[in-house]
Design a binder for this molecule. Structure first.
Ligand code: GDP
Length: 471
């Protein structure tokens, strides 16, 4: 069966399995890990049956290069609480040249787009903070192109600033540092730049490549410069999408509206979404009854990177769900129903991200990084653990510490770990109730230790065992 799907000879598969120390017959059932290993061995791509079925409607073909057109960047704002994320989002909204003249009323729909003097556009996600960002990413809706890290110049780097830096790095997104509140008398932008160095963020002034800009969200200082830097970064990324195809998008926010029924704010990722389009979104389906933009205006269509409220859904999808336009309503319903059944099944059967399964997944993907989140009781222990873990690295595999810090395991640690399929190591600390609950739901492994030696030993043993004798 597997040989057939790969268009390989069955005997070759049996031979390969023998070589891997697994004597099997042609018709024997093999487990998923083995099958994945085999598929990779033969140079094919893995598509799990359930995934391919879920994606009945999904058109995975890449758009032809000549169909691609430039699209606006999508920006997320992160930073410590009270450093001015919301104020900055509001201030940036004010830079929109269309907003005033169109007479629209600002609607908070989860994302907004500003049109600049030169007619170019920038889209901002309206939910600041790294939780939403990482949750979207965990659900496969990696819509952010650029992160703006807000740091209050009077307060400096705080715990959530550091978390935001680590979440941004884990996602591999470029970052622009907005040093906010420079209107305050005790503002010290230079100290912020210096402290950033401790977290491997080197701004241009410090000889690095990360752009930074001094702003005041309150006094509206530096906003144009911030926008310019966002545009500059966007140019480097060469963001494009094909606008002329059936639309796909990601749900940024969804709710049940008393008057309008289920409403989802969708950020179109490719194609153009039009009134009358039939779609599936997560485990829901629908037909676009109306599209409403962030100024409360009804629009007929929405192209790439444009956020719109979509009306006409069968139910409320979840943030991070993907929307896809399909050919007809019967098809949309069929896919949605299938997905609902798969969702039910998934809840009861998915495997935990144990150290062991992590390693086999890594091996199958031939990835060489082993993501981890480390929390411990003191800064000294955190540093000791991080240093020891980094030492275990070999040519074949190395640890990648997504985030490390002092204190108990929090929800934010768990969402970060879940997005990268990483286990969390707790040294002399535990997870709080909420974090445990989310970990359980997302199958994130929580590992507790009180002896560094045990911790290192377990990671090392796992690595050695998985890579085999030749490693
Ligand atoms: P968030 O928690 O990061 O979203 O922060 P907010 O936007 O709610 O801002 C927190 C507080 O800082 C509010 O009282 C704002 O008025 C104030 N604030 C925000 N930006 C500035 C600024 O540039 N200068 C000054 N002086 N205060 C600011």
């Amino acid at each position: 069966e597997l040989a057939n799907r790969m268009a390989e000879k069955g005997a070759d598969l049996v031979k390969a399995l023998f070589k891997m120390g697994m004597p099997v017959t042609m018709t024997q059932t093999i487990d998923q890990d083995t099958a994945e290993l085999l598929v990779t061995e033969f140079g094919h791509n893995i598509v799990r049956v359930s995934d391919s079925d879920i994606d009945l409607a999904l058109d995975t073909t890449e758009d032809a290069v000549e169909s691609l057109r430039p699209r606006p960047p999508v920006v997320t704002i992160m930073g410590h609480v009270d450093h001015g994320k919301t104020s900055l989002l509001d201030a940036l909204r004010g830079t929109d040249v269309v907003r005033g003249e169109a007479g629209g009323i600002t609607q908070h729909i989860g994302a907004y787009q500003v049109t600049l003097k030169d007619k170019s556009k920038v889209t901002f996600l309206d939910t600041p903070g790294h939780e939403a960002f990482t949750q979207m990413r965990a659900r496969g809706a990696d819509v952010t192109d650029i992160v703006v890290l807000v740091v209050a110049a009077d307060d400096g780097l705080m715990p959530q600033t550091i978390e935001a830096i680590n979440h941004t790095k884990a996602a591999g997104k470029p970052m622009i540092v907005a040093i906010n509140k420079i209107d305050k008398h005790d503002a010290n932008a230079q100290r912020v730049r210096e402290r950033l160095l401790e977290h491997d963020v080197q701004v241009e002034d410090m000889g690095g490549e990360t752009q930074d800009v001094e702003v005041s969200a309150l006094k509206k200082i530096g906003l144009d410069t911030l926008i310019e830097k966002i545009q500059l970064q966007a140019e480097l990324l060469e963001l494009t999408a094909n606008p002329d195809r059936a639309a796909e998008g990601s749900v940024v926010e969804a709710k049940l509206d008393k008057g309008r029924g289920p409403v989802a704010t969708v950020l179109v990722t490719r194609g153009t979404l039009k009134v009358g389009d039939v779609f599936v979104v997560g485990a829901e389906s629908g037909k676009v009854r109306a599209l409403v933009d962030d100024k409360g205006r009804q629009v007929k269509e929405a192209g790439p990177a444009m956020p719109v409220e979509v009306l006409g859904l069968s139910g409320v999808p979840q943030a991070g769900d993907l929307l896809q336009v399909v050919e007809n309503e019967a098809r949309a319903r069929e896919v949605a129903e299938y997905r609902q059944s798969v969702l039910l099944q998934k809840r009861t059967t998915s495997a935990p991200a144990s150290l062991e399964s992590m390693f086999s997944a890594l091996k199958a993907n031939q990835a060489k990084e082993y993501p981890l989140v480390v929390k411990a009781d003191t800064q000294g222990t955190v540093e000791a653990i991080v240093a020891s873990i980094n030492k275990i690295a070999s040519d074949l595999i190395k640890a990648r510490i997504l985030h490390s810090g002092v204190g108990g395991i929090t929800e934010s640690d768990v969402t970060l770990a879940a997005a990268s399929g990483a286990p969390i190591i707790g040294f002399n600390v535990r997870a709080n109730a909420k974090a445990r609950e989310i970990a359980e739901r997302n199958k994130v492994a929580l590992k507790y230790y009180d002896v560094i030696y045990d911790l290192i030993d377990e990671i090392r043993a796992g690595m050695a065992g998985e890579l085999g004798p030749e490693a």
